[in-house]
Design a protein. Structure first.
Length: 269
């Protein structure tokens, strides 16, 4: 039977005071673009990641060209080993993102090596976010796109789990209608859900329940922080909430995403 874990769960969210999470410190009260619905295609991240990789390759080429006079002073075996290591590392990153792109494009698994990993952990992420911002893409939209890619990779690599191995984590800011819909959907599959008052409580639940799959609902900022905190130790489907009144109050989600995520983990078509 579905359940809620916090004492605030029985309150009407429409009457509750807004309690900003740490990720929204400094929020000035403005409503976000597109009325708080930041759903962004995975191709935004992949496109800007490609630009970032091109720039990275150019930087490496330029650096090697500039230090070439020094390299020739090294023993032949040393210079060859160094160059091989550099090109192998760069080529591995290039190939990995190429295969991720093919996976997203074809919905076929070209990235079995990504099982137990998450694209949000890539060292390329901060640079891709910066490149995207130069073209006017906000950090939250980029995060949404990154999470979309991560969800695709999780779905394509995930095996079926039992219902008691699935952990559903929800924020306290969901509106009443959304909470009732989540109760209905989780009852349909006989799975539990938990409303978390913050990241610490989510971590405690992960440690206590030891799930084999997680469906997490939050804003893009908290989802990215959570995924990076967990470090892909557990497969996660991240569902970003929509914020028509701004962050941390009366948010909602696309219920199809929730039901699809539960069906995927439980192997129900």
């Amino acid at each position: 039977m579905s359940k809620i874990e916090t004492s605030e769960a029985t309150q009407d969210p429409r009457a509750a005071a807004r309690k900003l999470s740490d990720s929204w410190d400094g929020w000035a009260g403005e409503v976000e673009e597109n009325n708080g619905d930041l759903h962004t295609s995975p191709w935004y991240f992949l496109s800007f990641a490609s630009v970032t990789l091109i720039l990275l390759n150019l930087v490496v080429w330029t650096a090697l060209f500039l230090v070439e006079p020094r390299l020739v002073e090294l023993p032949t075996w040393a210079s060859k080993t160094l160059l091989s290591a550099i090109w192998a590392a760069l080529g591995t990153v290039d190939l990995a993102f190429l295969l991720i792109g093919l996976t997203v494009l074809t919905n076929r698994n070209f990235v079995p090596f990504y099982k137990g990993k998450h694209v949000a952990l890539s060292k390329l992420i901060p640079w891709t976010v910066k490149v995207g911002s130069l073209f006017g893409l906000s950090n939250d939209r980029m995060s949404n796109s990154i999470l979309q890619v991560g969800n695709i990779i999780t779905r394509i690599n995930q095996s079926t789990i039992k219902r008691d191995e699935l952990l559903i984590l929800l924020p306290r800011c969901l509106d009443l209608e959304t909470r009732n819909e989540i109760k209905r959907v989780t009852a349909k599959f006989d799975v539990d859900f938990h409303i978390c008052a913050g990241g610490q409580m989510a971590r405690q639940l992960l440690a206590e329940k030891k799930p084999k799959g997680v469906v997490a609902v939050a804003c893009e900022r908290d989802l990215m922080a959570g995924v990076q905190d967990v470090k892909a130790a557990v497969p996660v489907i991240a569902i970003a909430n929509k914020r028509p009144e701004g962050p941390c109050r009366n948010t909602n989600i696309n219920m199809d995403e929730m039901e699809d995520a539960i069906r995927m983990f439980l192997g129900k078509k």
